[in-house]
Design a protein around this ligand. Structure first.
Ligand code: ZN
Length: 169
């Protein structure tokens, strides 16, 4: 009598599930046994979204070089992904490469809004990566520079700028 097998509860692509973990152990840097730590990780971060644009699949590739400078760690590198947005004229989906420079300072007593914390000789690159990715999303993308929009005869794009409110100033 064949035993009925329960279907696996694992999602099919569970082996490809990406972590959101961008925590880097800097103990070797702190001890001076290495000059720098190279980080290259693909990860999924939540809330990579603006009202007008988002990061495709919340997926970022973070490539960073960490160095020690006095009592701080410097993280210099790049955050890459693909942005998705609506063309501001025709509302079609537009995609483009996201490439943002990351140049951040980590320290034991961080300055609010300026530097990031070191905890237990570890740094978390996630908040900084999230921030630079969000800042590099397009604010008003176009599917092409000559997109005429859905109704070009009614909304000519030649004068896309709003009428000047105080033209006779
Ligand atoms: Zn368009």
């Amino acid at each position: 009598m064949p035993s009925s097998k329960q279907p696996s509860s694992e999602p099919p692509n569970s082996s490809e599930r990406l972590s959101s973990n961008l925590i880097v152990d800097c103990a070797r840097l702190e001890a001076g046994t290495v000059d720098c730590i190279e980080v290259l990780r693909r990860c999924q971060l939540s809330d990579l979204v603006l009202p007008c644009a988002r990061v495709l699949d919340d997926l970022l590739e973070v490539e960073v070089m960490l160095r020690k400078a006095a009592a701080t760690y410097l993280a210099v590198g790049q955050v890459r992904g693909i942005w998705v947005a609506e063309c501001r004229r025709c509302l079609e989906e537009v995609r483009g490469p996201l490439e943002a420079a990351l140049d951040e300072v980590f320290e034991w007593e961080p300055l609010e809004g300026e530097t990031w914390p070191i905890r237990d000789q570890r740094v978390d690159l996630a908040p900084a990566s999230h921030q630079v990715a969000i800042l590099s999303l397009p604010m008003a993308p176009l599917c092409s520079s000559d997109c005429a929009g859905p109704v070009p005869e009614r909304f000519p794009t030649g004068s896309a700028a709003p009428p000047p409110a105080n033209a006779d100033m």
